[in-house]
Design a protein around this ligand. Structure first.
Ligand code: MN
Length: 740
């Protein structure tokens, strides 16, 4: 944004046209006051930004107008959001103060604009995680802050072309890290998809163009196929006597590419390049009935794959999404995904959170999912301890999770993220229940605390006052709430025990007449710790012998001096990795495997940082570079603090886990034409030719088609790829896909 000559007549025309476009896009009812306020906000913004231009050279005011339009047209927000969006940059960039906004537009709008201004500072790369935490507290107060910020980000991403490359990378990786997951969580599917595509276009331009080109190339075939699929359906759908519409849109470029990457298949082999969507226009009370009627018609015409039936109507997703999904075998034996929903469900799927406001109260339950979620954010935020980086990581992992429903012994429904454990449930009930959780019964059977819960489980927690959290508990939980509560309890515990370590150190120092305060920080550094409590705790745990450590020093006037430094020692360079004795390693039975974000590191482009040379077993974290590579640093790396403070959003959890051995199990889904002895042929190839162990096999045949699931044990990806390729070459095999 630069200061330049005032707008020309031509530009003023463009601005007025943009404003009229904005007014047309506002679908919600506006009274006289609303209309007047929108006008006032527009005029104020035009005036305030009149001397500013965007990087592209266009008048700056076009940006807030477009952000307001996105809020109205693409998210479905009303006048309050439109006014706030028009004003979202004025406090930050011009002379207008928050007070003036409050005087002219009231406290509510001032509060939203203030939240948006704080969001802006977040972009300035000041301590990221801290800031983000602040922003989330505004989210808990008024979700519109975040929705407007998303619209702002979307417009910036759409117009990223005129930015220098390094800024593009920064904005894109930040979008990928936090905005796309947030859009997902708020049910803004279109926006999430667009975010991901725009990010991919910048981070992986060649792959983006490749998929785009492929989609274009195959468009005619695809449309022909879709028509062939729809023809028999349409006749039957007409008999229901309800208006409906059908679309067959390809999936997004980034999601297609993701499949190519994670499943290791070629573009041509992705069977769900597109999904058919049937949207019925029915009154709310008849939604469910009609959707199932449509389902019946679809599955009478085509054979369904039972495991693929997803009923998000009976139990909507945590972000409010409702729809009926099924996959059927269409013409030529191809799998086709069909999504069935009502117009109302469709609007919610497209516009997410905002559409819920509209239907709030119309349909029971549909709004609660969000308030539950906001409650959980509030709860995490209220927890005063915990490092901001950990907080952000926890928060982020919870964004993408699907939900499951479980029940208390009294039959109350509780929502938990998929993958949540018995212990997560205990913490979900109440922090105290979590702390004192002794054992858990799932469906009346005692289970380990780390047991993953399933939809519909009935869970009962047995507590004992004497029980308290231990470090190991962190491995048993996935929810942000449980993690942060366990951490804060551990911290307290460590602090208490550390006091004993501290006393010991003080005693030992007193014995040699060294002053404690004068030397403590130097000792922390010298011994390779990041802070005093860590040092104290290590002494308490007897990982460090204080007396031994002090032998390296001589005392002069209460101060400690390294004896080594006394000797002339010119040839040793200062920059060597920290001495091995300060490295605290865990003991592993087998070969420890590096995990990033709880997934094997092999799934990421990664390397070990050269500044701190981590070795197997070191406490480490991952830092994602602008090029998307995960660099593994030690916790004690001299660069760590700086990285965490400034680029917290790029941090990912990394750890070495005991893998026992490096074999891993891969599940393959094989489809093809059912011929004699297909199963034998497949198993023969796996065990005889490839010499791999098989863990499981199941085969289903259905009218000439078969579908098999095989679990094989492989050493690495190459071996897996070879297996997939070999099986694919087999006569009659149609596809071989690795399942998650
Ligand atoms: Mn902006």
């Amino acid at each position: 944004m630069t200061s330049v000559p005032p707008n020309t007549e031509e530009e003023k025309k463009i601005i007025r046209r943009a404003y009229r476009g904005l007014l047309r896009s506002i679908k919600s009812k506006m009274d006289g006051k609303d209309k007047e306020d929108v006008r006032k906000a527009y005029e104020l913004a035009v005036d305030a930004h009149s001397k500013q231009r965007r990087k592209s050279g266009e008048p700056y005011i076009l940006h807030p107008i477009e952000v307001a339009r996105i809020c109205a047209a693409e998210i479905g927000l009303g006048p309050t959001a439109v006014i706030s969006a028009l004003l979202h940059d004025v406090v930050e960039d011009t002379d207008i103060t928050l007070k003036q906004i409050e005087e002219q537009f009231g406290a509510k709008i001032a509060m939203i604009v203030d939240g948006l201004t704080k969001f802006k500072n977040l972009d300035a790369l000041s301590p990221q995680a801290e800031n983000f935490k602040k922003v989330l507290s505004t989210l808990a107060k008024d979700v519109r802050v975040v929705l407007i910020k998303m619209a702002d980000r979307l417009h910036n991403m759409r117009t990223l072309g005129s930015m220098p490359r390094h800024k593009q990378l920064k904005i894109a990786s930040e979008t990928n890290y936090i905005y796309a997951p947030l859009a997902h969580r708020l049910g803004l599917y279109n926006m999430k998809t667009e975010f991901q595509d725009l990010v991919m276009k910048i981070l992986e331009p060649e792959n983006f163009q490749f998929v785009k080109h492929k989609l274009k190339e195959t468009k005619r075939d695809r449309n022909q196929y879709i028509n062939e699929f729809l023809k028999p359906l349409e006749q039957k759908l007409n008999t229901i006597g309800m208006p409906y519409r059908i679309s067959g849109r390809p999936k997004s470029i980034s999601s297609i590419y993701n499949k190519i990457k994670t499943k290791g298949v070629a573009f041509e082999e992705i069977y769900d390049l597109f999904a058919i969507r049937i949207i019925v226009d029915v009154p709310i009370p008849r939604e469910k009935e009609i959707c199932w009627k449509v389902y019946t018609i679809v599955t009478e015409t085509n054979i369904p794959i039972p495991e693929r039936l997803k009923d998000w109507i009976t139990t909507p997703k945590g972000n409010g999404y409702e729809s009926l999904h099924t996959t059927v075998i269409g013409p030529q034996g191809r799998y086709v995904e069909v999504q069935i929903r009502s117009e109302r469900m469709h609007e919610i799927a497209e516009k997410g959170f905002a559409a819920h406001w509209k239907y709030k109260g119309v349909k029971q339950n549909s709004f609660d999912v969000f308030s539950d979620w906001l409650d959980s954010i509030r709860e995490i935020l209220e927890n005063p301890v915990g490092d901001a980086v950990e907080f952000l990581n926890d928060f982020r992992t919870n964004l993408y999770k699907e939900e499951i429903y479980v029940f208390t012994p009294r039959g109350d429904k509780r929502v938990l993220p998929k993958g949540a454990t018995a212990l997560d449930f205990a913490f979900g009930i109440h922090t105290e229940v979590g702390y004192h959780c002794k054992s858990v019964k799932v469906n009346n059977i005692l289970v380990p605390l780390g047991t993953v819960l399933n939809n519909g489980d009935q869970v009962q927690v047995i507590t004992n006052k004497a029980q308290k959290p231990s470090e190991g508990w962190l491995k048993f939980v996935v929810t942000g709430k449980a993690r942060s509560k366990i951490r804060s309890s551990m911290k307290e515990e460590r602090r208490k025990k550390g006091e004993l370590g501290k006393e010991e150190l003080m005693r030992k120092m007193k014995n040699i007449k060294a002053d404690f305060e004068l030397n403590a920080d130097m000792l922390v550094k010298h011994l390779g710790f990041t802070n005093r409590p860590d040092l104290y705790y290590a002494i308490f745990k007897e990982e460090l012998n204080a007396q031994q450590a002090l032998k390296a020093f001589r005392v002069e006037g209460g101060r400690l001096f390294l004896i080594e430094d006394d000797k002339p020692e010119p040839e040793i360079p200062a920059k060597t990795p920290a001495p091995a004795k300060t490295r605290r390693r865990r003991d592993f039975k087998g070969k420890p495997e590096l995990m990033i974000d709880n997934k094997p590191a092999a799934q990421f482009k990664h390397s070990l940082a050269t500044c701190c040379h981590p070795v197997q077993g070191d406490p480490v974290f991952a830092y994602v570079t602008a090029m998307g590579e995960a660099k593994i640093h030690r916790h004690t790396c001299p660069n760590a603090e700086h990285l965490m403070a400034n680029y917290a959003y790029r941090m990912m959890k990394a750890e070495w886990v005991d893998s026992g051995n490096t074999d891993f199990l891969a599940n393959l889904l094989i489809t093809g034409i059912d011929g004699r002895g297909v199963a034998q042929k497949i198993t023969g190839i796996i065990t005889m030719d490839l010499k791999l162990d098989m863990r499981s096999i199941s085969m289903d045949g259905n009218q000439g088609f078969f579908q098999g699931r095989i679990g094989i044990v492989v050493k690495n990806r190459d071996q897996l790829q070879l297996a997939i390729q070999t099986l694919k070459n087999l006569d009659g095999v149609h596809s071989v896909i690795r399942e998650d």
